[in-house]
Write a protein that binds this ligand. Structure first.
Ligand SMILES: [Zn+2]
Ligand SMILES: [Zn+2]
Length: 348
C-alpha cells in the first residue's frame, strides 16, 4: 500500500501574458493545470503548459521549456528547491501566529510587482545592536602606507584616520585616491532625500565613478570599523532598511529607512500617500503593509495586482497543515499533501 502522505497535489495557474516574469492576480486569462507527484521530479513550463518531468535533459518540447522548480521527496516529506532566480513565496497565502503575512528577517528579498528590495538592516528594539556584517570587509581600499597620492578632488595629500585617502573604484594613477570626506560630499550632492513621518527615503540615479564607471560600494572596510560612504540617520524606534536591488542599472536606486512604532503599520505602494513610495507601473497604489507586532516586522499583501513575493533563506517545505504557494515567473504553483480543492487560494 502506498502511503497517502507521499502524494503531492500540484495546482498551477499560468498567466496568458509573458511580461517581466509577472503574474496578474486579478486576471481571468490564466491556464490551469492540476497533477500529482509521487517522487522527486522537476516541474517545467512548456509554453503555457505546466508539467512534471523526471529528467531535465529529456524534458518534452525542449525548444520552449522553462524549468520552474524541483520537487524533492525525502523521508516522507516534500520540499521544493529553486532552479531559477525567480522562485518566490506568495505573501498573501502566508500566515504568522498573529494572522496573515510573513515575518521579515535580515537578508530576505521582497518583491512588489517587478521591484525588488533586500532587507539590509532590521532592528526590533532600540537597545539591540545592529547585526554587523564585517565578513565582506576588505582593506584593499585603504591607501598602503608606502604609497603616496593626492585626493583627486581637493588635491591635498593629508590622510588622517577620520578622513583617510581611499581608493574606492578602479581608477589608477593621479585619479586613484580620494578623501573619504570628499567622496561623502560628492555622494550627498547626488542623493535625493524624501521624508515622511515614518520613512526616510534616500535615492540616487547612479553611484558610479564618473571616470571608470565602477560603482562605489556602500561601505568601505578598514582595520577598526567600516567607513560609511553616506550617512543614514538611523531612527531610535524599531526600524528596517529596504535597499533596492535588481539588475536594471538605469532605474532609480534607493534605500528606504522605515521606522514603525508598536502596533503601527506603514504602507508601500505607488500612491502619493504611501509611506514608502515606489514609482513603478507594476506596483499597486497601496500594494503592501508592514506592521510591527510583538517584536516582529510583518509584511502583508494588500490584494495587489502583481503580488507581493518574498525569498528567504529557509527551506521550502510542504507542511501537512496547508498549501505551499510559490510563484515562478508567470506561473503560480500551489502544492499540498491534502486533496483539498480550496488549497489554491484566491486565484482566478
Ligand atoms: Zn579631498
Ligand atoms: Zn573610478
Amino acid at each position: 500500500m502506498k502511503n497517502s502522505n507521499n502524494i503531492l497535489n500540484i495546482k498551477t495557474s499560468t498567466w496568458a501574458r509573458d511580461s517581466h516574469g509577472l503574474y496578474d492576480y486579478e486576471s481571468h486569462s490564466t491556464f490551469k493545470k492540476q497533477f500529482s507527484a509521487t517522487k522527486t521530479c522537476y516541474i517545467v513550463r512548456v509554453g503555457t503548459e505546466v508539467q512534471q518531468t523526471l529528467n531535465l535533459t529529456e524534458a518534452p518540447g525542449q525548444e520552449d521549456f522553462t524549468p520552474l522548480c524541483m520537487v524533492s521527496l525525502e523521508k516522507n516529506e516534500f520540499s521544493v528547491l529553486w532552479l531559477n532566480e525567480y522562485l518566490w513565496s506568495v505573501v498573501k497565502t502566508m500566515r504568522t501566529k498573529h494572522g496573515p503575512g510573513v515575518a521579515l528577517a535580515l537578508d530576505d528579498v521582497v518583491k512588489l510587482g517587478r521591484v525588488s528590495f533586500k532587507i539590509t538592516a532590521l532592528r526590533a528594539s532600540p537597545y539591540q545592536e545592529l547585526s554587523d556584517n564585517t565578513q565582506d570587509s576588505e582593506d584593499s581600499f585603504l591607501q598602503e602606507n608606502q604609497e603616496k597620492g593626492v585626493c583627486r578632488i581637493c588635491l591635498s595629500d593629508d590622510s588622517t584616520a577620520q578622513n583617510p585617502l581611499i581608493s574606492p573604484c578602479k581608477c589608477i594613477g593621479s585619479m586613484k585616491y580620494i578623501h573619504l570626506g570628499c567622496l561623502q560630499k560628492w555622494i550627498a550632492s547626488r542623493m535625493v532625500v524624501r521624508n515622511t513621518s515614518n520613512c526616510m527615503t534616500y535615492s540616487w540615479k547612479s553611484m558610479d565613478c564618473e571616470i571608470c564607471k565602477s560603482s562605489f560600494p556602500f561601505k568601505i572596510g578598514s582595520n577598526d570599523k567600516d567607513l560609511e560612504l553616506f550617512k543614514i540617520d538611523k531612527p531610535t524606534a524599531p526600524f528596517i532598511v529596504l535597499e533596492a536591488v535588481g539588475s536594471d542599472r538605469n532605474r532609480n536606486r534607493g534605500v528606504h529607512v522605515i521606522s514603525i512604532s508598536n502596533d503601527n503599520s506603514i504602507t508601500l505602494g505607488r500612491g502619493h500617500d504611501a509611506d514608502v513610495r515606489i514609482s513603478d507601473i507594476s506596483v499597486s497604489r497601496c500594494h503592501a503593509n508592514v506592521k510591527f507586532k510583538d517584536g516582529s516586522f510583518i509584511l502583508e499583501d494588500n490584494n495587489s495586482k502583481f503580488g507581493t513575493l518574498i525569498k528567504s533563506g529557509s527551506k521550502l517545505m510542504v507542511q501537512s497543515t496547508g498549501a505551499l504557494v510559490l510563484q515562478a515567473g508567470r506561473t503560480v504553483l500551489s502544492m499540498s499533501t491534502k486533496n483539498n480543492s480550496n488549497d489554491l487560494p484566491d486565484l482566478h
